[in-house]
Design a protein around this ligand. Structure first.
Ligand SMILES: Nc1nc2c(ncn2[C@@H]2O[C@H](COP(=O)(O)OP(=O)(O)OP(=O)(O)O)[C@@H](O)[C@H]2O)c(=O)[nH]1
Ligand SMILES: [Mg+2]
Length: 418
């Protein structure tokens, strides 16, 4: 981003909410702790509709002011998307910075983006969020600047600012398009590759990166933060039956994802559609896991990924009691229970991954001379031999694998048989 930011400036926050959605407020609290912002108080006012000027009713604003003075808060965060006018009025009235949930998520993404693409995507999301919001302020300023019907200096300044933002958006989109082109090229190569791809998806903080790291003994970023993974990584994982499968890390899902962020990360998420299997990771130690699982499945559906085979993986079993675990395994008999931290349940997970992948692969028969067997065995990471029958100096193999590798084996076996 142009104004590169490392964590939010203010440190003590008060959360405002007009809905009694405690899980949403709890999540906002977690989002803020990811930015090292401490939440001093939650402030509720039950209302069916937000006040158009102040979000809260004016009566509550006085109480809020007292609370700010009492707690030394320097930030107010609204658990909702609010209008620029509400932000402005609240800031004026309260004398502290006011942000909404969307802005906080954009701040986290800005903080965690490491690749060029990630940074561009976050900048794009942030600009797209700002652009329509400049309109409201424009009207305000123009009223200050000039008379009715004239364009005051405020409006001219804003017009210039809007123009610059649009220009920057155009440049970013161009750069992203180039990056997407390169990725499409890589994807094409991967699709032709003989190794199957598993996308690991799930709610933010579910343990996706931990799982891939533990499976591949690799060094990828794991952190007790929301959205620690913004640049997806791909790792090779060896399965117990000797095959190699690629595991791809992804950006975590979250409830009420800001629209601009979905758009910005769409191309990265669309990569999921090119995988052979989706592993949905769920943190079962989270008391809201059911709701989070729902959000993740809804996000997959929105992406158009419902036709792909998927496995439900319940992670962090080390944090729940045997009693809860028993109940959950009865409720979700098809799921796999693991602890990425203690590497438990991995055998079962990898077996199920292999089964799912093999289910959708092709099968063929090959008659290979024994002396030529080593040639075929060079490819054993890419195939599963489901049957073998020895006859004199030959072996007949039933092999499962992706179409490309079976074609190549045919050439090898054909050459050997001629
Ligand atoms: N106790 C326990 N903690 C775990 C387990 N798996 C992951 N964690 C912790 O959960 C936190 C989140 O893990 P990550 O692997 O970064 O989660 P993620 O799903 O990749 O999160 P994002 O990239 O932010 O979407 C870290 O503090 C991990 O150490 C587990 O099996 N047991
Ligand atoms: Mg991660």
């Amino acid at each position: 981003m142009s104004q590169s930011r490392k964590t939010l400036e203010p440190h003590n926050a008060i959360i405002l909410s007009i809905r009694e959605d405690y899980s949403s407020v709890e999540e906002l609290k977690q989002l803020l702790s990811t930015l090292q912002v401490q939440v001093m108080e939650m402030f509720y006012q039950k209302r069916s509709e937000p006040d158009s000027r102040y979000y809260f009713g004016l009566g509550k604003i006085e109480k809020l002011k007292e609370l700010i003075a009492l707690t030394n808060a320097d930030l107010v965060v609204v658990d909702d998307e609010i209008t620029p006018l509400q932000v402005k009025n609240l800031e004026k009235e309260l004398g502290v910075t006011v942000k909404d949930r969307t802005q906080i998520i954009i701040d986290i993404f800005a903080d965690h983006a490491t690749t060029e693409e990630g940074k561009l995507q976050v900048e794009l999301a942030s600009l797209q969020y700002q652009l329509p919001r400049l309109v409201g302020q424009g009207r305000e300023l123009s009223r200050l600047g000039g008379g009715i019907g004239t364009r005051g200096p405020g409006e001219q300044e804003l017009e210039e600012k809007r123009r610059r933002i649009r220009e920057r958006i155009r440049i970013i989109k161009q750069k992203l398009m180039q990056i997407e082109k390169n990725r499409a090229q890589q994807r094409k190569m991967r699709l032709q590759s003989d190794l199957p791809m598993v996308s690991v998806v799930g709610y933010t903080n579910a343990g996706k990166s931990s799982l891939i790291k533990a499976l591949s003994d690799d060094d990828i970023l794991v952190a007790d933060k929301l959205f620690s993974t913004l640049a997806p990584v791909i790792r090779r994982v060896k399965t117990p039956n000797g095959r190699v499968v690629l595991f791809k890390d992804t950006v975590g899902f979250i409830k009420n994802v800001p629209h601009t962020l979905i758009k910005a990360f769409e191309s990265t998420l669309e990569e999921i559609l090119y995988s052979n299997l989706i592993v949905v990771v769920v943190d079962i130690s989270d008391e809201n896991f059911n709701e989070k699982l729902g959000s993740s499945l809804a996000a997959l559906e929105k992406l158009g990924a419902n036709h792909l085979p998927r496995l439900l993986v319940f992670n962090k079993i080390d944090r729940v009691s045997p009693h809860v675990l028993k109940e959950l395994s009865a409720a979700y008999p098809e799921s796999i229970f693991i602890s990425a931290l203690y590497k438990t349940g991995f055998q079962e997970l990898l077996k199920r991954v292999c089964d799912e992948i093999e289910k959708n692969e092709c099968e063929d028969l090959f008659a290979v001379k024994l002396r030529d067997l080593p040639l075929l065995m060079k490819e054993k990471e890419k195939i599963t031999i489901t049957e073998q029958v020895y006859q004199e100096d030959m072996v007949v193999l039933r092999v499962r694998g992706r179409p490309g590798i079976l074609r190549r084996l045919k050439q090898i076996a054909g050459g050997m048989n001629s």
